[in-house]
Design a protein around this ligand. Structure first.
Ligand SMILES: Cc1cc2nc3c(=O)[nH]c(=O)nc-3n(C[C@H](O)[C@H](O)[C@H](O)COP(=O)(O)OP(=O)(O)OC[C@H]3O[C@@H](n4cnc5c(N)ncnc54)[C@H](O)[C@@H]3O)c2cc1C
Length: 419
C-alpha cells in the first residue's frame, strides 16, 4: 500500500501543511477553531453541529486520506504529514477529528485489495461538495479481538453475493456512504475465508440497527450494522484479479490497523496536549490543587511529567509513520505507538482530574470529556491488552540483542577502547 503514497521529500511541518491545505481549499486554523468551539455540543448530542466546518471546507475534507492519483492534496499524502495534521485537529477536539468526512479506515483495504477500477470508483465518490464518509466493518457482537472468527457470511449467487450478519462498533457507520465490510466465504478455513466487500448505503438488506450510547468519542456514532440477505453485485468484492488461492482479505484489515494506529495515536497526543495546556492555564490563574495533599510544586512536577510522556508518545508515533512512508514499518511499530499513546492518554487525563477536581472541571469541561475519550481510545483499533500481547510476541520472536538473553552474556572484550 505504501507504494501508492507519495511521501514528500521535505519533512513536513504544521506551517508547510497549513499552506498546502490552503492551496487545496482548506483553512486549517479556521477549521480547528470551529472544531474547538463546537466540540462540546458534538460531545453532548453525538451529532456533528452544522457549524463545525464551513461549507467551503467540505470538498477538501472529503479528500482527506484520498491518494494523489484520485484528487487528494499533494502535500498531505505521507503518513508523517497526516499525523501532524491529526495531532493538530485532535488538540481542537478528538471526537470531531475522528468524525471528519473522508474515506477513513476504509482507505487502506481499498488500496490493498481493490482493482484500479474499483479504487477509482471508490475514491471518485469523495469528490463532492457535500460531506461523504467511508467506514470499515469487521467487529461483530461475538468477536472483536479475534476478528478472524467472524460469522458474517458471503454467499456467491448467479449475479453477485449475498451477505448475512451483524457488525458492531463501526466508527461513522451510521453516516457512512460506503462501508468496506468483511465477511467469510468459508468459516472452516479461518482467515483464509475472509473477503472484503463494498456495501453502499441504501443497498437492500443493509441497515443501521442502532447507534451505541458511548461515554467517550460520542460523535463517532458507533453503529451496529445489519446485513439481512443483503445482495451486492459481483464487483462489490474487492479484488485485483491476480490473487492466489491463499490470499485473503484479512491482510487488508491489518493494513488498515497498521496505517491508522499512528493516526489515532496522533489524535490522542493532540488531546493530551490540550489537557496539559488547559491544566497549566487553570493553575497559572491562581487555582489550587483539588486535594490538600497536593502542593503547587506537585502540579509543576506533574506538568513536566506529562510533557515527558507526550514527547515520548509523539516520537513513537512519528517513528512508526516515517517507517510506513518508507515502506519499512512493521505492525509492531504501529502497535507500540498506539499502546503507548493510549496509556499516556489514560494517565494524563486521570492525573488532570485528580489535580483540578470539580472546580477545575467546571472551569475546563474538556478535562472530563478527555477522560471519557481516553477510555474509548484504549479499545478502538485493537485493545491495549491486545497491542501489548502482539508486541510481547513479536519481541519474543525477534530479539535485537546480539546474544540470547536466556543465556549468560558474552564475555567482555579485554581491550574495549583499543583503536
Ligand atoms: C471508539 C471505538 C471505535 C471503533 N471503531 C471500529 C470500526 O470502525 N470498525 C470496526 O470493525 N470495529 C471498531 N471498533 C471495535 C474495536 O476494534 C473492538 O471493540 C476491539 O477490537 C475489541 O473487541 P471487543 O469489543 O469485542 O472486545 P473483546 O475482544 O471481547 O475483549 C474484551 C476484553 O478482553 C481482552 N482480551 C480479549 N482477548 C484477549 C487475549 N487473547 N489476551 C488478553 N486479553 C484479551 C480485551 O483486551 C478486552 O479488555 C471500535 C471500538 C471502539 C471502542
Amino acid at each position: 500500500m505504501t507504494a501508492n503514497l507519495q511521501p514528500s521529500q521535505q519533512r513536513p511541518t504544521l506551517a508547510t501543511l497549513e499552506a498546502s491545505l490552503a492551496a487545496c481549499g482548506l483553512q486549517l486554523n479556521r477549521l480547528a477553531a470551529r472544531m474547538r468551539a463546537h466540540g462540546p455540543a458534538a460531545d453532548a448530542t453525538g451529532q456533528i453541529p452544522e457549524a463545525a466546518w464551513e461549507s467551503d471546507d467540505v470538498a477538501a475534507l472529503n479528500l482527506n486520506l484520498v491518494p494523489l492519483a484520485y484528487g487528494g492534496c499533494p502535500d498531505a499524502q505521507s503518513l508523517v504529514s497526516r499525523v501532524i495534521l491529526m495531532e493538530y485537529l485532535g488538540y481542537a477536539d478528538a471526537g470531531l477529528a475522528l468524525a471528519l468526512p473522508g474515506p477513513g479506515l476504509a482507505m487502506p483495504p481499498v488500496l490493498e485489495l481493490a482493482s484500479a477500477r474499483q479504487q477509482a470508483d471508490f475514491f471518485e465518490h469523495f469528490r463532492s461538495e457535500t460531506p461523504r464518509w467511508g467506514a470499515f466493518a469487521i467487529t461483530e457482537p461475538d468477536c472483536g479481538s479475534d476478528a478472524t472468527a467472524m460469522r458474517t457470511t458471503a454467499r456467491k449467487t448467479a449475479h453477485g453475493w449475498v451477505l448475512n450478519g451483524t457488525k458492531c462498533f463501526i466508527t461513522n457507520g451510521a453516516r457512512a456512504d460506503c462501508v468496506i465490510t468483511f465477511a467469510t466465504v468459508n468459516r472452516q478455513v479461518g482467515r483464509f475465508g475472509i473477503r472484503a466487500f463494498r456495501v453502499d448505503r441504501g443497498t437492500p438488506g443493509f441497515s443501521v440497527a442502532r447507534i451505541e450510547r458511548m461515554s467517550g468519542l460520542r460523535v463517532s456514532q458507533l453503529a451496529v450494522l445489519s446485513y439481512a440477505d443483503c445482495e451486492v453485485p459481483e464487483e462489490a468484492l474487492l479484488s485485483r484479479g491476480d490473487e492466489n488461492p491463499l490470499d485473503d482479505a484479512f491482510s487488508g484489515a491489518q493494513q488498515a490497523w497498521d496505517y491508522f494506529r499512528p493516526l489515532l495515536s496522533a489524535v490522542m497526543i493532540g488531546a493530551c496536549r490540550r489537557v496539559r495546556d488547559d491544566l497549566a492555564t487553570y493553575f497559572d490563574a491562581g487555582a489550587h490543587p483539588a486535594h490538600e495533599r497536593h502542593r503547587i510544586a506537585d502540579v509543576e512536577a506533574s506538568l513536566l511529567d506529562v510533557d515527558r510522556q507526550i514527547t515520548a508518545a509523539q516520537l513513537l508515533c512519528h517513528h512508526a509513520a516515517w517507517k510506513t512512508d518508507h515502506g519499512i514499518a512493521t505492525s509492531m511499530d504501529s502497535s507500540i505507538a498506539k499502546a503507548y499513546a493510549s496509556r499516556v492518554a489514560a494517565r494524563v487525563t486521570r492525573a488532570s482530574l485528580e489535580l483540578a477536581g470539580l472546580d477545575g472541571i467546571a472551569a475546563y469541561p474538556s478535562l472530563e470529556q478527555s477522560y471519557r475519550d481516553a477510555k474509548a481510545f484504549d479499545i478502538m483499533e485493537g485493545t491495549g491488552d491486545m497491542q501489548r500481547l502482539m508486541i510481547a510476541r513479536a519481541a519474543q520472536r525477534a530479539t535485537s540483542l546480539p546474544w540470547d538473553i536466556t543465556q549468560s552474556p558474552p564475555p567482555r572484550p579485554t581491550q574495549p577502547f583499543s583503536s
